[in-house]
Design a protein around this ligand. Structure first.
Ligand SMILES: Nc1ncnc2c1ncn2[C@@H]1O[C@H](COP(=O)(O)OP(=O)(O)O)[C@@H](O)[C@H]1O
Ligand SMILES: [Mg+2]
Length: 487
């Protein structure tokens, strides 16, 4: 096997500092990763065994004194192999200079020993580059690390590889650089598939159907797709079909002409027009009334927006992403959702698993939000072991949204540095007590939030006045508002 680091023959006086003695020694060959020492005098031989940590000191001609740590990794009749550890960059650079200077006149590849007349730029036998220019040290370090990582990866099974890939992905899949869109957290196999699907579908114009329980990250997924698509600098328009009364939804989506219906005092653009050249996110599509399902299907076929109160319309260029927490197949069977619309929307689908099926991701998510929110409030908090256990065993019916709410609240409730199951309101769940009612800290939180809201109302939402009335500073009040989600 070729060496990872070229060695040069050099006889150098050296000192080996071991815990019990300082030994005069002699280096026989040396490279960036280690050196070979001539056998030690008899009295020291049994003091220096494998893995003995040593401090190595030696003088490199013209390069001055060197001192760094090492480990004995090999011992035979001829001497000791020492692997260097903890060498700083400067030392490494100086040592490399010495090695490179003394390598130039060799005829053999210093890694694998292949013999050449003149060294080629790359060894044809082992593949190492042999042009020892000034940037070589960087190349060498990267290659050694890559080799090490690759060697490690080759021993992992598929699940373990997924974890590594997710670690890489979670950095790559930052939705965007700014703080206003949350980072997507996920390390389990299923979430990695979700990330892979987001990456796969984002650059296309395919219509995407996102399925999953409430709070599993459907909207976040839609945003992630948009942010990674060629439309990312164009509008992302979200509309929740369940939140708008049926009779107004059509006008919201398609717009209306002046006088189209009672209350239509002026012409109004619909969401599809606002989303032109961008992406529209139709949330809770499963709640869309039947007549509108037909109109939406027509729109998906020709992309022509017909405002309410007109015939004919305007062509728009929108990418459609839809989501629902409903079982659409069930809705189709019951005749509540059109199967032709379903197939049209389902050009590509992404299923978000509930949090209770994400294994250790639940704790990872909770820790992620604990760090995030405590940093935002200038605090440092961590979970007790009991809290981590409680997070693990709880079912999380509200998914990520519930994790966010419970963690946010726990930061206010936790008296000190540690967040307990009580702070998270997870102890009551386990003992079967009624959530909230029997728990003093949660009762206090409820009261506190109500009090803040009440005082706000009474002083016409003036922050200074509210802070004064409540007897707290403005920053404290801001912090509480943020924690309780009071706008
Ligand atoms: N995997 C995740 N990592 C980080 N935050 C997440 C994740 N999934 C969801 N969230 C956050 O949880 C909240 C609920 O997600 P959302 O996309 O609104 O869910 P849904 O649309 O499925 O109800 C949002 O604040 C979102 O940013
Ligand atoms: Mg949602």
């Amino acid at each position: 096997m070729p060496r990872q680091s070229p060695r040069i023959k050099a006889i150098l006086p050296a000192k080996l500092d071991i815990p019990s003695a300082k030994i005069e020694a002699e280096i026989r060959d040396i490279g960036l990763d280690g050196a070979f020492f001539k056998a030690l005098p008899l009295q020291f031989r049994d003091k220096v065994g494998l893995d003995t940590p040593v401090l190595v000191q030696y003088d490199l001609f013209g390069q001055g004194l060197f001192e760094h740590r090492g480990n004995i990794v090999r011992k035979d009749g001829l001497g000791y192999g020492v692997r260097f550890t903890g060498m700083d960059r400067l030392t490494k650079g100086r040592l490399w200079q010495f090695i490179a200077d003394n390598l130039t006149d060799r005829e053999c590849c210093p890694f694998c020993g292949e013999r050449y007349g003149i060294l080629p730029p790359v060894c044809t036998s082992c593949g190492w580059r042999l042009d020892f220019h000034p940037g070589y040290l960087d190349y060498h370090e990267r290659t050694c690390l890559l080799n090490r990582v690759n060697g490690g990866l080759a021993q992992l099974d598929a699940d373990q590889l997924q974890k590594v890939a997710s670690f890489i992905d979670s950095d790559i899949l930052k939705v965007n650089g700014s703080d206003d869109i949350d980072q997507f957290v996920g390390t389990g196999k299923v979430m990695l598939e979700v990330f892979a699907n987001i990456r796969k579908v984002a650059p296309t114009d395919l219509t995407v159907l996102i399925l999953g329980e409430s709070g599993t990250g459907k909207e976040l997924t839609a945003q992630a797709i948009h942010e990674r698509s060629p439309r990312k600098d164009k509008p992302f328009v979200a509309i929740n079909c369940a939140a708008i009364p049926d009779n107004l939804l059509e006008a919201e989506l398609f717009g209306h002409e002046k006088g189209a219906f009672t209350g239509a005092h002026a012409t109004k653009k619909g969401k599809f027009e606002y989303a032109d050249s961008g992406t529209i996110f139709l949330d809770e599509i499963g709640d869309m009334p039947a007549n509108l399902q037909a109109k939406l299907l027509r729109f998906l076929q020709d992309k022509i927006v017909e405002r309410v109160g007109t015939v004919g319309g305007k062509k728009v260029n929108v990418r459609v992403i839809a989501a629902t927490n409903r079982d659409l197949n069930g809705a189709i069977a019951e005749g509540k959702f059109r199967s032709d619309l379903y197939y049209r929307l389902d050009e590509f689908s992404i299923h978000l698993p509930p949090v209770r099926e994400r294994g250790e991701d639940t704790v990872i998510l909770a820790k992620y939000f604990l760090n995030k929110f405590s940093r935002e409030s200038g605090l440092t908090k961590s979970f007790t072991k009991e809290a981590v256990d409680a997070i693990n065993t709880y079912e999380w019916p509200g998914n990520v949204r519930e994790i966010i709410n419970k963690v946010r609240r726990s930061i206010v409730m936790a008296a000190g540095r540690y967040v307990t199951p009580t702070d998270l309101m997870l102890d009551t769940v386990k003992t079967g007590m009624e959530t909230g009612a029997g728990d003093l800290s949660s009762a206090v939180a409820v009261l506190e939030k109500e009090k803040i809201k009440e005082v706000f109302k009474s002083c016409n939402y003036n922050i200074s006045t509210a802070a004064k009335l409540l007897g707290v500073s403005r920053p404290t009040l801001y912090r509480r508002m943020k924690i309780y989600g009071i706008q």
